[in-house]
Design a protein. Structure first.
Length: 159
């Protein structure tokens, strides 16, 4: 079964236009920490779907600095303010041969998507603190929708 990781970007700074906010130092550490955990659990990821916002891009780079490798990445403008159902539609368009996907986006989309896709077998936190990700499996990308994600773990960085 394909693996799906839904992640909120790591801790971001303030003071500039929202889309352009960079990660704070602890955000870079959070992303690398998550990347190291995912690298140990996955044999790389086939695909990353990443918001075009600066903090999401830097989180993606942090995942790689933690050791997680990616075969390809889709940098997507729609992810900046995507709804859960827009994200579900994008996931249904993933080619069948893709076996693992990491999505890096924003709140409340990431926690809402996780909650709405979840099959209910895992107790989810309320909202996703910065850098949090849910790891799970789906039967087939073409059928991603309500109750289609079997969550196996949720990682929240210690920082």
């Amino acid at each position: 079964m394909p693996t799906l990781v839904l992640m909120r970007h790591a801790k971001a700074g303030t003071g500039v236009r929202d889309f352009d906010r960079p990660l704070r130092a602890e955000g870079r550490q959070q992303a690398a920490w998550v990347g190291s955990i995912l690298a140990a659990r996955m044999n790389g990821a086939d695909l990353a779907i990443v918001s075009a916002a600066k903090r999401a891009q830097e989180t993606f780079e942090g995942l790689k600095s933690g050791g997680l490798t990616f075969r390809q990445a889709w940098i997507e403008d729609f992810m900046y303010d995507a709804s859960w159902d827009e994200l579900a539609v994008a996931l249904r368009d993933i080619p069948r041969e893709v076996r693992s996907v990491v999505v890096v986006g924003h709140e409340p989309t990431m926690s809402a998507t996780t909650e709405l896709l979840s099959d209910g077998t895992y107790q989810l936190p309320q909202g996703f603190p910065a850098g949090t990700c849910a790891i799970g499996t789906v039967e087939d990308w073409a059928y991603v929708g309500s109750h289609s994600l079997h969550i196996t773990d949720v990682l929240t960085p210690p920082m």
